[in-house]
Design a protein around this ligand. Structure first.
Ligand code: COA
Length: 237
């Protein structure tokens, strides 16, 4: 089976004791075509509801690419791999364990993380750096006091440092899978360059307990400057 034509990079991050994650990065503008026969019920109609036709095309490409990747990993037919959201919005496909996945998109970029080991569902986030209209308010809402101290109060709205922290935090939140029921400002990630499996603690507001997650920066020399990518996976006990 052939993946849809697309410029596509694949990396593996991880360590023997921490488990590994395959990260696939696609440029959606290079997807040539999506066949109607590759779509599940309702997807074409949903793609037509996007305000910009380009967003509709990207939506269809993401859905088909994800199923094709997972079909390769599981030996199942793509049309059997429709995902449904769990209680926190994370898409789940029953019956493909131990394969688990997560995805993220920004503009024409689409990233998929796949883990097929014992550490559960990975988390991934991708962001393009850009000028943020109110970086001060964002910073107060999502960064911890330690992160704000490291970033500086007048954090540069489009700075690489801001987006590096952002992607790291979202990858961690997505690995935990609780969405925004966890306040991002309760998580602190380091600002050090090139994280390779660093541990991050995430408090569970419901139990008072915490999760421990390993975190990696994913670096692709072929990606444009200003594209940030991080992946995360539950840490070994
Ligand atoms: C899911 C979430 C955590 C990330 O969304 P996002 O950054 O806007 O978008 P991304 O493209 O990175 O991720 C969206 C994908 O995450 C997945 N997802 C949804 N809920 C999820 C959850 N609870 N856990 C893990 N993954 C989830 C889905 O696959 C979704 O894609 P789909 O709708 O095409 O299936 C969302 O809840 C959110 O709004 N985050 C913003 C948090 C924030 O303010 N961050 C600032 C810096 S920390």
């Amino acid at each position: 089976m052939q993946l849809l034509d697309a410029e596509h990079s694949c990396f593996t991050v991880g360590a023997p004791e921490a488990g590994d994650i395959d990260v696939h990065l696609f440029d959606l503008d290079r997807v040539d075509r999506v066949e109607a026969s590759d779509l599940l019920d309702g997807e074409q109609a949903r793609s037509e509801r996007f305000h910009k036709p380009e967003d509709g095309r990207h939506f269809l490409a993401r859905r088909v690419l994800l199923r094709q990747l997972l079909a390769q990993r599981t030996g199942r037919a793509p049309h059997e791999l429709g995902a449904t959201p769990d209680a926190h919005g994370r898409p789940v496909i029953d019956g493909i364990e131990p394969v688990r996945f997560n995805s993220s998109r920004t503009r024409n970029w689409f990233a998929v993380a796949i883990h097929a080991g014992e550490r559960g569902t990975p988390g991934i986030d991708i962001e393009c750096s850009r000028e943020l209209p109110d970086s001060g308010a964002l910073s107060r809402r999502v960064f911890s006091p330690e992160e704000r101290a490291s970033l500086g109060e007048g954090v540069d709205p489009g700075s690489d440092r801001l987006f590096r922290v952002w992607t790291r935090k979202e990858a961690v939140l997505k690995a935990v899978g609780r969405g925004l029921s966890i306040d991002p400002s309760l998580i602190t990630v380091t600002l050090a360059d090139d994280l390779q499996g660093d541990r991050v603690d995430v408090p569970d507001p419901a139990s008072g307990d915490s999760w421990r997650v390993c975190l990696w920066d994913v670096v692709d020399d072929r990606a444009p400057r200003g594209l940030f990518l991080a992946a995360a996976l539950a840490a070994p006990a």
